[in-house]
Ligand binder design. Sequence first.
Ligand SMILES: NC(=O)c1ccc[n+]([C@@H]2O[C@H](COP(=O)([O-])OP(=O)(O)OC[C@H]3O[C@@H](n4cnc5c(N)ncnc54)[C@H](OP(=O)(O)O)[C@@H]3O)[C@@H](O)[C@H]2O)c1
Length: 328
Amino acid sequence: MRALLHPVYGEADTLAVGDVPTPVPGKNQVLVQVIAASLNAADAFVMRGVPRMVRVGNGLRRPRRRRLGMDCAGIVTQLGPGATRWRVGDAVFGQGLATMAEFALADEDRLASLPEGVSHQDAATLPVAGTTALRAVDVANVAPGQRVLVTGVAGGVGQFAAQLAALRGAEVIGVCSGRNVERVRALGIANVLDYETQNPLDTTTKYDVVLDNAGGVRIRDWRSVVVRHGVILPNSGVKGPDGGALMRVAKAQWHGFIAPQRVRVFSGTVTTQQLDELGNLLAAHRITPLVDTVYPLDQATEALARVATHHARGKVVVAVAPEGTATR
Ligand SMILES: NC(=O)c1ccc[n+]([C@@H]2O[C@H](COP(=O)([O-])OP(=O)(O)OC[C@H]3O[C@@H](n4cnc5c(N)ncnc54)[C@H](OP(=O)(O)O)[C@@H]3O)[C@@H](O)[C@H]2O)c1
C-alpha cells in the first residue's frame, strides 16, 4: 500500500510517499481503508521530534514507527482477534495509527459510525481536534452567558471549541490573525479579535474562561483578565513566552496552586462516545469544519509542511481515496 514515510525526525522535506506492507490488525483492532485523513499540530511535533518529549515511546534518535497520522475516516476491511464492535464494510471515523496511508490500524473503541449524510473528509477533521475541544468545554464547565475566549480560533482545536462553547450558550470571543477573521465569523462566531491589531488582554469585562491554543500570552497575564473563580486552560504545545510544553505544564500547576482561578492542563482522549456526539452535531449542521486545504496522498509531504507552519487556516485534510468508495 502507499503511505507517508517518516524515516528521520526533521522538516517535511525529509518525508516521502512510498510502498509499505499493509498492516495486520492486532487484538481489538480493525484495519480501515482510509478514504480521508486529517492532520493536527501533534503530527508536526512528531515529524520534528520537537518538543523532545514526543520522542518518548516513539524512538529517541529515530522514529520507531516511521509513519505519521492520527485522524481518519474510511471503511473497515478486516477485524483483529477480539474485535467485535465493527463489521467489515462499516463506514467509520476516528483515531488510527499512521493514518497517512491507504490502510490504517485503529483500536475499535476509538472509532464511531460515519453519520448519514456526512462526508469522510468532513468526519476526518473531527477526531483529535474535536474531542480535545469537547474535553476543553467540559473541563471548563462552560455554561450559558459565560464569556469564553478562544485563541487559535481558526485552527483545529480552536474552531471546534468556539462552536461547542457557543452551542452551550456562551458568549464566545475568538482570537486569530486578521486574514482569518471573516472565515471564523462565517462559522457563527461574531466576536473575533485580530491579534495583530487587538490585544485580548485589553478588556474592561473579564472572561470566565480562557482556552489558549496559541500560547502567545503568559498564564500570569491571563490571570489578570479572568474572573476570580474562572478557568484558564493553557493548551498549546508550541514554544511561547511561558517556555515550551513542559515548562508551560509546570507553570500551569504553579498558577493553579496559587491563583484563585482554576488553571488546568488537560489531555484529550478519543472515544466512541465523544466521536458520536461530534458526528451527530456535524450531521445536524450544528458544527461546521473549517478546512484549509485538501491534498491527495501523493502530496502528503506538502500537507505536513502546511500544518507545521502552525498557521493553517483550519484543518489540513488528505484525500486518500474517492468519497464514493463507501459501501453503505
Ligand atoms: N491537550 C491536548 O490533548 C491537545 C490536543 C490537540 C492539540 N493540542 C494543542 O493545541 C494547540 C492547537 O492545535 P491545533 O491542532 O488546533 O493547531 P493548528 O490547527 O495549527 O492551529 C493553531 C492556530 O494558532 C493560531 N495562532 C498562532 N499564533 C497565534 C497567536 N499569537 N494568537 C492567536 N492565534 C495564534 C493560528 O492562527 P493564525 O494563522 O490566525 O495565527 C492557527 O490557526 C497545539 O499547540 C497543540 O499542541 C492539545
